[in-house]
Ligand binder design. Structure first.
Ligand code: PYC
Length: 337
């Protein structure tokens, strides 16, 4: 029996996939995208599994559904899906979704050139530029980002000690900079990043508490951000972000760039108004900026956070109709361990 048919627009943001699902949306219960995200995970996760995992997707696959706005001031809402679940926020996913949504006419801005979007992590504002009938670039004014833990030493069996920071940029990131037991991403193969990242993430999660002070459903370290030398002219820094079980982000990672700027701001290495050109493992670039500084109330204790922006581009390359049919033994996908 066919469980669902999903029309999808496939795109990539600076190299990383974005599958915008444009039909087959389940009706979700909840007032906010955070509540709707939890409802989707509880009742409709089979859709994510079918569309993200092999054979319809792959390890890096990530995507999104557009929903009507949850807030009065917003133009639309986004639910993110990927191999690991439903992220509270995804920067490359937002850039791809906005590009594909505008180019296909699925998003109609009330004010040309700008949009307000509800996401599970809160609300983001978008500014975009068009050229020759296409979206040339998308700038996201992201949710507040802040450094959570600083200079924590983790003991990684087989690798040794790593001193790391943990920062939030829409997801929680362990950030690993070059040090005795890690020479930098320019010295490590993709296979080494994929080998050590899940172990670092697991040990970091065992040792460090990460719960967002304004939404307790946003918790736990999901990503590992490794740094190293740049390879593209004009980059201020380079990173390789590990997500899911076996993925390295091909884009510079929007929430990772936000988390990294928050870390560098807290350590005095970036200031309000600074731009930050961040490079991915394949050398593609996002331009980040520290747009503002705010205080987040964490049960009476104030956390200083930055308001980051991230600018990048996406390209649409395919349109397809995907069915999930119960008679297929791999209807809900698989992942090779
Ligand atoms: O761009 O925020 C991002 C992202 C998260 C995981 C992969 N990309």
């Amino acid at each position: 029996m066919i469980k669902g048919t999903f029309f999808c627009i496939d795109a990539h943001t600076c190299g990383n996939p974005v599958r915008l699902v444009t039909s087959g949306h389940p009706n979700l219960v909840g007032e906010t995208m955070s509540e709707k995200r939890l409802d989707f995970l509880e009742r409709f996760d089979w859709i994510r599994q079918g569309l993200m995992f092999e054979p319809r997707g792959h390890d890096m696959m990530s995507g999104a559904f557009l929903y009507p706005p949850c807030s009065d001031n917003a133009d639309a809402s986004i639910l993110f899906i990927e191999t690991s679940g439903c992220l509270p926020m995804c920067g490359h996913g937002t850039i791809g979704t906005i590009t594909a949504g505008l180019e296909s006419g699925l998003i109609t801005p009330r004010t040309p050139g700008s949009l307000i979007i509800d996401v599970p992590a809160g609300q983001v504002t978008i500014e975009y530029q068009e050229k020759d009938g296409k979206v040339a670039s998308v700038k996201i004014f992201n949710v507040a980002a802040y450094l959570v833990h600083q200079n924590v030493t983790l003991n990684i069996p087989g690798l040794g000690e790593l001193t790391v920071d943990v920062s939030y940029g829409g997801n929680f990131y362990v950030i690993v900079e070059p040090q005795a037991n890690f020479p930098g991403i320019d010295q490590w193969s993709a296979a080494e990043i994929l080998q050590w990242s899940p172990i670092v993430r697991e040990i970091a999660n065992e040792n460090l508490d990460c719960v967002h002070p304004e939404d307790a459903s946003v918790k736990g370290i999901s990503h590992v951000l490794w740094t190293g030398k740049t390879q593209t002219q004009g980059s201020d820094a380079a990173n390789a972000v590990f997500y899911g079980d076996k993925a390295i982000d091909r884009s510079p990672c929007g929430t990772g760039t936000s988390a990294r700027m928050a870390q560098l701001f807290a350590k005095g290495e970036l200031a309000l108004g600074d731009t930050f050109v961040h490079e991915s493992y394949i050398g593609s670039q996002f331009t980040g900026k520290i747009e503002g500084v705010v205080q987040i109330d964490a049960k009476g204790k104030n956390i200083t956070a930055i308001l980051p922006s991230i600018q990048g581009w996406a390209k649409v390359f395919a349109k397809n109709s995907i069915t999930i049919d119960d008679d297929d033994p791999y209807a809900y996908g698989f992942s090779v361990k």
